[in-house]
Write a protein that binds this ligand. Sequence first.
Ligand code: HEC
Length: 415
Amino acid sequence: MSERPSGWLAGCLAALTARPLLLFIGLVSFGVLLIVGQMVRFSASLAQTAALDEAARTSNTLAEIRTIYTAEVVNRVAPYGIVATHLYSTTERAIPLPATLTILLGDRINSAATGGYVRLYSNYPFPWRTTGGPNDDFERDALAALTANPTQPFYRFETFRGQPALRYATADRMRASCVACHNSHPSSPKLDWQVGDVRGVLEVVSPLDRVQATTDSQLRETALLIGGGAILGLGVLGLILRQLGATTRRLQTAKERAEQAQAQLQVETAERLEQEASQTRLQREVIDLQQALLAELSAPLIPINKDIVVLPLIGRMTAERATSVSDALLEGIHRLRARVAIIDLTGVSSADGATLGQLVQGIAGGRLLGCHIILTGIQPELAQLLVALDLDLSQLATRATLQSGIELALKLRGR
Ligand code: HEC
């Protein structure tokens, strides 16, 4: 039992913190309720204050009227043999007693349709006042309260004749002038009155409905205004927040899409780079392979027997190729320990002077290794070039064909 409510409250709080808009609406509604509640209370107390004021004023007025009537009328006409009696209407040369006047005034006020009500009553009514005693709870309570505390008005807000009303009672106390008559009157129900005693109660009733109705209608209008304003404000706020939320969501989605695209792009770029790299590797490998093959093919050293090698050259002779042919020749001669090397130029289609010079220099290097060099198959234009170069060919043997070159080589080995 002690766990449940706190858990429930915590849940509520968590839910509200998670939804600040809900919390805000709740707070605003609470505030509006608080204001309206405050206004209802205020208007009720306003109506009560107004009623109290009115009742006190009426009560006071009635008391004043009686005092003035006693001092300025009853006392002044008395010397002329005019008596004040409750039986004034059937008595000659008589006027109403002050209390009778008050009772009369009350009757008159009660019969008018103003909603007001005035009554003078006591615990000791004169015999002819059959309704002079207390008639209900309030009247009994008022008599008791005012007897105990005569200076303090006694009042209560309660339903009176079907209407919400203020019932306001004040004490009517005995003065010296009153006591003499009341203690000597033949019909007086009590003969030991003393000054200060509460003889009776003057009650004034103020209906609340009119004041209340006015303040209520004003209150309703104000409450409607406040409530309407709050609802309108919350509505506008809600709309703005919704718009904001939608925009935020749109932006979020766009951002996510952009991020996805970027990631995709990065992956693709990486893949492409990787592809390019592997392609480059492959190309390089192919090129290396081709170059190796080419190198091998461009200078194929063919051993005829253990002493003689043949180097048949085919195609265009370039400076690069001339270098690699020289290298291959020197390396082959050294490796195979060849004594005679035949370089067959039958298949060489074209070459320029510089290239040819380079080749002859390489061949001369072969001579230094102690190897005989025989050039065979020299085409006419190559021969012209060789002559034009004015190279020292004395160390080189030349033959027209590969066949005669081989014969020479065999002869050389035979020696
Ligand atoms: C001349 C004699 C006389 C004097 C003075 C007098 N009264 Fe009375 N009073 C009466 C009579 C008679 C009645 C009955 C009147 C009626 O019923 O119309 C009465 C009625 C009352 C009542 C109504 C009682 C009830 O239950 O019906 C009150 C209260 C009262 N008087 C108070 C006073 C006070 C206070 C004074 C002094 C300021 C005073 N009277 C002065 C004779 C007098």
